[in-house]
Write a protein that binds this ligand. Sequence first.
Ligand SMILES: Cc1ncc(COP(=O)(O)O)c(C=O)c1O
Length: 409
Amino acid sequence: MTNRPPLDVRRLRQDFPLLAADPSLHYLDSAASSQTPVQVLEAMDNYYRHFRANVHRGMYRASETASVRFEEVRRKAADLIGAHEEEIVFTRGTTESLNVLAIALTRKLGPGDEVCLSALEHHANLVPWQMAAKVRGFALKVLPLDTEGRLDLEAARTLIGPRTKVVSVAHVSNVLGTIVPVQEVAALAHAQGALCVVDAAQSVGHLPIDVRRLEIDFLAFSGHKALGPTGTGVLWGRKSLLDGLEPVFYGGDMIQEVFWDRATWNETPWKFEAGTPDVGGIIGLGAACDYLRLVGVEVIRRHELELLAYALDKLRAVPGVKLLGPARAEERSGAISFSVAGVHPHDLATVLDTENVAIRAGHHCAMPLLRDLGLIEGTARASLHLYSVPEDIDALITGIAKAQKIFRV
Ligand SMILES: Cc1ncc(COP(=O)(O)O)c(C=O)c1O
């Protein structure tokens, strides 16, 4: 697998309708949402045209086909992260997966207990825990970063203690690009008898992931950031842990038996999937997993790393540009935040749009981090995926120069 040839990016870009239709588009916002290959669109279209029916209920051909195609996505998603298929719970995305965990894992917590998060969390891995803390009375602790935006493992070692019940961290920061050493974090959590949750929204499809090698307990990711459709996601958990958790959503499909005064639950993973799922979307997610596996996530990582190093070098050479996050490309994934002296990030994004360069500007749903960094007005962020090319970075650099000229800085 590791000897696979490098990506044929030019050819592969033809799979992505937006990029194929407009070769002048420099799409540098994959951390917000990736592009979707035609194979994913075709898989969804095939469902809607040829076996459009609800899953798990029908005794007729279309429903049976839909159920089989839907269920086989568990194996595809499991293969992508080194898990077992019965451990894959389908959700609407990382946010929903983390909300489920923040409720389900804290039901028995109370005053005196602690949940640890890192200082680089997206709101999706902060606000659900804040709300649970309010209801249950446990405390939230924030694991600090060092000056380069890396998790301070020494500080983590002292903060994760006997009161800690859950440690929930992002695998990759959507702001700083930092890769968090989740294996080490999980070891610190387990040494204290705590569970380790990983928000993999920015790492699935970018970094090879093996949940068993990482020795973590739960992982969340979104389909739409990993070449799949919007509104789809995964919550992975160790089977024994999922078995021990009460569901969070109730209704059809997640039950075994229902009486007027009580109900019993279906098995894992179905007990966490109440109601009709996004059948077409999940089938699309399966096609995205196939696409990633076919290309090879380790090949994607190699490509992104090369491009990342190129982008960091180019940006560093621009006067007035300040880069955030670790200096070494190897310690990062493909989200590159920066500020340009004298140009508001929103103005920069607007000028870049006139050059057909799509970036994100703002607080990136990580307000506490940006406040800590003294950058509450936000940053500009360019982010990569397997279809990104050096020309995208060159166009970004040209656009920055144009903005500097307009704003006379
Ligand atoms: C690190 C991280 N966590 C969670 C999320 C939330 O993902 P979603 O909006 O797909 O639920 C994002 C989205 O940007 C993210 O970057």
